[in-house]
Design a protein around this ligand. Structure first.
Ligand SMILES: Cc1ncc(COP(=O)(O)O)c(C=O)c1O
Length: 912
């Protein structure tokens, strides 16, 4: 890990490079020791590299104190050959992860036959079957000379029947414990012995900067519990155990001890603790549905139900479709069933292992309840909207949200009150909805006496392009205006964020937990009352809009829902999705949720999908932290490579926060993760304060500057280089890193971009003036002649129902069904001058359909919406082929003026 840019505060990429950089450090040391052995480098270089690595290496079990000590001894003895051999072996074991299973990797001598089980290997015997490996952090006040002995004691607890194998990692202070939790993704549990100092024994600036991220705990008596709480905040999935020398009963009874899995009296049997650690990991490892499905697949079962493919006999006996069987293998067919008995369960009314699997997912994702959904977040959203809203309810909703929300309103009869995201016209995309617009919508409803009808705020976090809301602030400020609002956060892309301490506070569930803590804090009421006194009796809208509003903790009913496409960011099969619930009023809507499940879930849900949701949860609870950290690290590496490679940077760039988030929403002045002035403290401040942040894993790569529109560039990457990507805009493509990416993927992408850039460079250099002029014109067209993005206009009077003067909600359901009346509809082609005549002289053009171009993928027309000049201009400039709801040959489907007139006559007038 390199030195921080200034003072004690590390740059953010150094922070995220912590895990991956370790591999680089070892490669560097391998190279240095080899060169020293060859006589081309000096011992001093090796010593310096070792010294730099030492503080962070202490946070990992492997190579550990003994092997590191051996390397140091060999260096001190000037034995370059031995040092080089040992360092190479360690480097290889780390790279291949073989040390987790192979006892020999822990020995100083490669050919050592017998290894004392209390000193070295994690494996009990060389021949044993694979057992998952993890590490346990032991925080102790004992002097470091005693650590090898303590570690040996832990190892002696191992038994052949243990389901897992673990190695202890000893640290001696609060700061070191925190840094180890950040830097060691293999940790699964922490054992805290009472009585350790606060400060690290190392004065390493990088460690200090990491420790700063823990906040500034007082080095006081409550340090032990404070450490537990801090670790739980950073890595909630870790099991924490406390070993106390006295006051166990008192400790176990304190509210702060809720962070602990168990409290032990220190002098008691260590074996109990060992068993508790294994049991804790087993609880996360458990996959109730998947386990039963595996058992089910092994049983001889005669099927007389309607799923011929189950057991695979019709497949493997066939001359014609046997290749399908060979492709998928027999297990898939053995694990197929339409039964809900025999060890399986019913997704529609789970009472057995699906229920249990959902409960475990709730624990993992920080929710009270979870519904597994096997038809994507498209269905999760419709379920949530249907269950929570009734006809006439008003929903404040981002007009650019996924179409499932809009269709959900059609189904439920709720009235969408659209709020607009800020436009990013130059890249033909939208950002996210400013909080002021949401508050304004609520205040408008209030001023018209209809706030009671507002049931829900429905937003996308993060957006397709990576805009992350300040979820806590949005909820708190909205609750200050209406304390029982329901929040539906569509985190289709953001489910993984739960497992990053960096992103978690800005997720729906992360923020809900923070708000819950705030509500329970007696000081919160005083904060609220103080603000009320300052605001006075009747604060104006402008004061309310410009104040960070504090809700009344006595009135708040915290009702938070999140949907996530587990298949988009975790190891679930396509369409695997979850609906998370954290709602104090859930008991009042639980029956409605069951109806929503019955409405939307197939009565033949796919077993493999359900199993994959169960397994995805297991993975994230046990290794999600490291995987997500890696995804962020990969993204930062790509961002850096594109910015720094002279040839790539000539034609391409990845948009940083300063380009994706207008300055007014970056209140802290944050520029970007890779800005030279950004450090961890700056990023932390931005994450705590800024209205919008950028998810680093979502990378908008501008390709218009290389003369490609998004669709063309996507095609080029896919067809020529086998690189698949996410979405496109007029002049950009969206790259996304995820838990599956490796640094080889980064290398491949960089190579591809270099190749494309150098071909382009050559073409321009050799093509003469005309080629250059054509290229410049193309770039100008893509980057500057961009269509304005149309805002939502308004619903036609026929579909406004009882909307007030200041709000624009509408009866989208009636608008939708107007399209079913063929005689009441007409079609006009976009190019027809009739469109322009009608725009000028009326009658108004009213859409009968959703019209959803891909990209950008949001409805530029919804049923019942009056079509504006801007919308027509946008449609006419649109150069995408896929426009759902629009048939170019027939034209726009409109509600006829006479049908509208009839409806207006039937719309009840609002009382004046
Ligand atoms: C914001 C958002 N929500 C929901 C969905 C639908 O998710 P799924 O594909 O899991 O049905 C998408 C799909 O792209 C999306 O972008």
């Amino acid at each position: 890990m390199s030195k921080p840019a200034s003072g004690h505060t590390a740059r953010i990429d150094q922070f995220f490079a912590g895990l991956g950089a370790r591999g680089d450090q070892w490669s560097h040391l391998v190279e240095l020791t080899q060169r020293w052995a060859d006589g081309t480098s000096s011992r001093t270089d090796v010593e310096a590299a070792l010294a730099e690595m030492t503080p962070t290496e202490e946070f990992h079990a492997y190579p550990g104190l003994q092997l590191m000590g051996a390397v140091r001894d060999q260096v001190a003895a000037n034995d370059a050959r031995a040092a080089s051999t040992l360092v190479r072996r360690i480097g290889r074991a780390l790279l291949t992860r073989s040390f987790r299973q192979h006892a020999g990797d822990w020995d100083v001598h490669e050919d050592a036959e017998s290894v004392a089980s209390d000193v070295l290997p994690p494996s009990l015997a060389r021949s044993e079957a694979h057992r998952p490996y993890f590490e346990v952090l032991v925080v102790t006040g004992a002097p470091s000379v005693r650590w090898p002995g303590l570690a040996a004691e832990w190892r002696r607890l191992r038994r052949p029947q243990d389901g897992f194998i673990y190695e202890p990692v000893l640290v001696g202070s609060f700061e070191d414990a925190f840094c180890a939790a950040i830097l060691n993704p293999d940790l699964a549990a922490v054992v805290i012995h009472e009585g350790f100092p606060f400060r690290s024994r190392r004065d390493a600036p990088v460690l200090r900067s990491l420790a700063e991220a823990a906040g500034k705990p007082e080095p006081a008596a409550q340090k032990t519990l404070q450490l537990a709480q801090t670790l739980k905040r950073v890595r909630p999935e870790l099991d924490l155990y406390l070993l106390s020398n006295g006051r166990v009963e008192e400790l176990a009874g304190s509210p702060a001890s809720m962070a602990l899995r168990r409290v032990f009296y220190a002098v008691e049997e260590l074996l109990e603790l060992h068993l508790a650690i294994l049991e804790g990991v087993q609880e996360r490892f458990e996959t109730p549905f998947f386990n039963n499905l595996k058992k089910y697949a092994q049983r001889p079962i005669g099927t007389f139900h309607a799923l011929p493919i189950a057991r695979g006999k019709s497949v493997f006996k066939s001359d014609w479709i046997r290749d399908m069987g060979e492709f998928y293998g027999p297990t898939l067919f053995l694990a197929e069933s339409s039964a809900t008995t025999g060890g399986l369960d019913s997704l529609l009314e789970p009472t057995g292992n699906i229920k249990k699997a959902q409960e475990m997912a709730a624990r993992a994702f920080g929710a009270d309840h979870v519904f597994f959904v096997t038809n994507g977040t498209s269905t999760s959203n419709k379920m949530a909207v249907q269950a929570l809203l009734a006809p006439g309810d008003i929903v404040i909703v981002d007009r650019n949200c996924h179409k499932s929300h809009h269709y959900g309103m059609v189904l439920s009869g709720a009235q969408p009150l659209y709020v607009e995201a800020f436009p990013m016209t130059e890249y033909s995309m939208y950002g996210a909805v400013p909080l002021k617009s949401i508050k304004q919508a609520l205040l408008n409803l209030k001023s018209e006496g209809r706030l009671h009808r507002a049931k829900m705020v429905d937003l996308t976090n993060c957006t397709f392009d990576g805009h992350i809301y300040h979820t806590r602030r949005v909820m708190e400020e909205c609750l200050a205006i209406k304390p029982d609002l329901i929040f539906l956060w569509d985190e289709a892309w953001f489910g993984f964020a739960r497992f990053s301490p960096f992103l978690r506070p800005r997720t729906a569930m992360g923020a809900a937990h923070d708000i819950e803590r705030w509500l329970a804090d007696p000081a919160s009421l005083a904060q609220y009352e103080k603000q009320q006194a300052e605001l006075g009796n009747k604060p104006s809208d402008s004061v309310l809009l410009n104040t960070r509003l504090i809700p009344d903790p006595r009135k708040v009913k915290l009702r938070v829902y999140q949907t996530n496409s587990t298949h988009k960011s975790m190891s679930a099969l396509r369409q695997g999705s979850m609906l998370l619930v954290k709602d104090v009023e859930f008991h009042t809507v639980e029956a409605q949720f069951h109806e929503a499940v019955f409405t939307h879930a197939s009565t033949s849900p796919n077993q493999q999908l359900i199993a994959s949701l169960d397994v995805a949860r297991r993975q994230m609870e046990l290794e999600g932290y490291g995987l997500v950290h890696n995804a962020i690290e990969v993204a930062l590496a790509i961002r850096q490579a594109v910015a720094e490679h002279p040839l790539i940077a000539k034609y391409f760039r990845i948009l940083g926060a300063e380009a994706m988030v207008p300055a007014e929403y970056r209140q802290t002045g944050f520029v970007d993760y890779l800005d030279p002035k950004s450090n961890w403290a700056v990023v932390r401040h931005s994450l705590q304060e800024d209205e919008f942040c950028l998810d680093p894993t979502r990378m908008t790569l501008v390709c218009g500057t290389a003369g490609y529109d998004g669709t063309q560039f996507k095609g080029l990457l896919a067809n020529r280089y086998n690189v698949q990507l996410n979405k496109t805009s007029r002049n950009s493509v969206l790259l996304q890193s995820n838990i599956n990416n490796t640094r080889s993927d980064v290398a491949h992408l960089v190579r591809v971009l270099v190749e494309i850039s150098s071909e382009l460079d050559q073409r321009l250099a050799q093509g003469g003036r005309n080629v250059r002029l054509a290229f410049d014109a193309r770039v100008k067209s893509l980057m500057h002649d961009v269509p304005d993005l149309p805002n939502f206009s308004h619903f036609h009077a026929a579909f406004r129902k009882d909307a007030g003067k200041r709000t624009n909600e509408g009866d989208i359901r009636s608008g939708f069904y107007s399209a079913y009346d063929a005689a009441g509809c007409e079609y006009i082609r976009l190019a027809d001058p009739e469109i322009d005549r009608r725009l000028k002289n009326g009658p108004e053009l009213v859409s009968a359909n959703f019209v959803i171009p891909y990209p950008p993928g949001f409805p530029i027309m919804v049923p019942g919406q009056v079509i504006s000049q801007e919308t027509i201009d946008f449609m006419r400039k649109l150069d995408v082929k896929e426009i759902h709801g629009y048939d170019a040959a027939e034209g726009l489907k409109l509600v006829r003026a006479d049908a509208l007139a009839k409806r207006v006559g039937s719309v009840p007038k609002r009382a004046a």
